[in-house]
Design a protein around this ligand. Structure first.
Ligand SMILES: Nc1ncnc2c1ncn2[C@@H]1O[C@H](COP(=O)(O)OP(=O)(O)OP(=O)(O)O)[C@@H](O)[C@H]1O
Ligand SMILES: [Mg+2]
Length: 407
């Protein structure tokens, strides 16, 4: 289920009102009866509404469902995508849609552009989409899932991610700039960097390792545990190191490495938990161990310093507490109740973050890792296996292929 924005330019404002009517009706109807759609769209003259319904159904934004009691429609993921895109466009936050650069288990990542031409990232949360791996254990659950729950849960994931990204950014953490959130989507700044997973050589692994451990401790000092801190969710920006200027390189090969500083940027926050969470220690240790394991396997680096342990993090927090961002996020509207609902749903549908994803670097020695990421088969909303998508097209490529949208 990829974002296909092509049809959006052909939709009229009436079509969007009818689509919003189906969305509103889905909050308490699994199948929204046609007369209710007419009523909720608030348009006079039924024939226009029926024309819109047929356009929306043809474009697969809504799907006709024959119920035992009545016929009606349900909103498809595409319909929700269009409603969110339309809102972002109206708020002048997105002008055009480019390439999809990532298909995660629970989200799609799309490059979009602002009217100024600057590129941004649109992350579309798709919590109802279950990987092939988890579909087996969740078959019964999936059969009974309803439109309302995936829409609501994906929205919660977007709200949570946006709230945490904002709080982190405002407190000096290296994360993308959160720009907007609408329904199940967020718009953020594009980081011109690759995930650590794709970096084959790090000049000074000890330095990067200790920087990453410091980030884990710093998050804890602000009351947070990332919960999915791993090589997929850490982007590595290459910046020129001002301190290195003037230093004579040891040899020509090292010249570039010497002058370049690797700056980690943290992404992907739907699994973030408070340091007071019942399983906080487990999440903390998992984050630390993910990095330890990865550095050992990929860079053959093992730190002489043990830990950090959860006890270290707690001690650090007591000695020098930062602002409690877990509390701030709750106050900003992503309530504790929402957090609990989202966590329960994620557990139920088998969301385990990138850390739980099957890795193709599980084998012992894999210095030559230029291969593509694991290609899991996804099942879209209609139960059809999805096409596989390779990892990232280059960003340059995507900018060339930006599609114009009509507001
Ligand atoms: N702001 C950004 N700038 C550049 N690239 C990004 C940005 N956000 C995401 N990406 C790219 O998309 C990939 C997936 O993003 P992210 O980790 O947020 O989603 P995900 O892993 O699909 O989420 P989930 O773990 O919930 O399924 C990243 O590994 C990165 O390559
Ligand atoms: Mg991720």
């Amino acid at each position: 289920m990829k974002l296909d924005a092509k049809a959006i330019r052909y939709l009229t404002s009436e079509d969007f009102r009818v689509l919003a009517g189906v969305e509103a009706g889905s909050r308490n109807h699994e199948v929204v009866p046609t007369p209710l759609i007419v009523q909720l769209s608030g348009l006079r003259g039924g024939s226009g509404v029926h024309r819109s319904i047929s356009v929306l159904a043809k474009t697969n934004l809504i799907a006709k469902v024959k119920n035992a009691k009545y016929d009606g429609y349900r909103l498809a993921y595409g319909g929700l995508d269009y409603l969110a895109l339309n809102a972002h466009q109206k708020q002048k936050c997105i002008y055009s849609v480019g390439n999809q650069i990532g298909v995660g288990k629970e989200s799609d990542i799309v490059v979009v552009a602002h009217s100024s031409g600057s590129q941004r990232i649109l992350k579309i949360h798709r919590l109802g989409r279950i990987s092939f791996r988890t579909v087996k254990t969740n078959r019964d659950y999936l059969r009974h899932r309803n439109t309302g729950s995936w829409m609501y849960m994906s929205r919660l994931a977007a709200m949570k991610e946006f709230a945490f990204m904002k709080a982190l950014r405002e407190n000096g953490f290296s994360v993308p700039e959160p720009i907007a959130q609408n329904r199940h989507t967020i718009v953020m700044s594009l980081i011109d960097a690759f995930p650590l997973r794709q970096i084959s050589k790090v000049p000074r692994p000890a330095e990067l390792y200790s920087e990453l451990m410091d980030i884990i401790l710093e998050l804890a000092r602000f009351g947070l545990i990332h919960g999915d801190f791993n090589e997929f969710n850490i982007l590595i920006k290459e910046e020129e190191d001002p301190d290195a200027k003037g230093k004579a390189p040891a040899n020509v090969d090292d010249e570039n490495d010497e002058n370049i500083r690797l700056v980690p940027v943290l992404i992907d926050f739907p699994q973030m938990v408070s340091i007071d969470h019942a399983n906080a220690e487990m999440y903390f240790d998992r984050d630390v161990n993910c990095i330890k394991r990865y550095f050992q396997r990929k860079f053959h680096f093992v730190s002489d310093v043990p830990g950090p342990s959860f006890a270290d993090a707690k001690k650090n927090l007591l000695k020098n507490p930062g602002k409690r961002l877990d509390v701030e996020v709750e106050a900003s509207g992503f309530s504790r109740k929402m957090a609990r609902e989202l966590e329960a749903y994620m557990k139920e549908v088998g969301v385990d973050g990138d850390a739980g994803a099957p890795r193709d670097d599980e084998e012992e020695d894999d210095d030559s890792e230029e291969e593509e990421d694991g290609s899991e088969e996804d099942h879209s909303d209609d139960g059809q296996p999805e096409e596989e998508t390779g990892p990232s097209d280059s960003l340059d490529d995507s900018s060339r292929r930006l599609e114009e949208l009509r507001v």
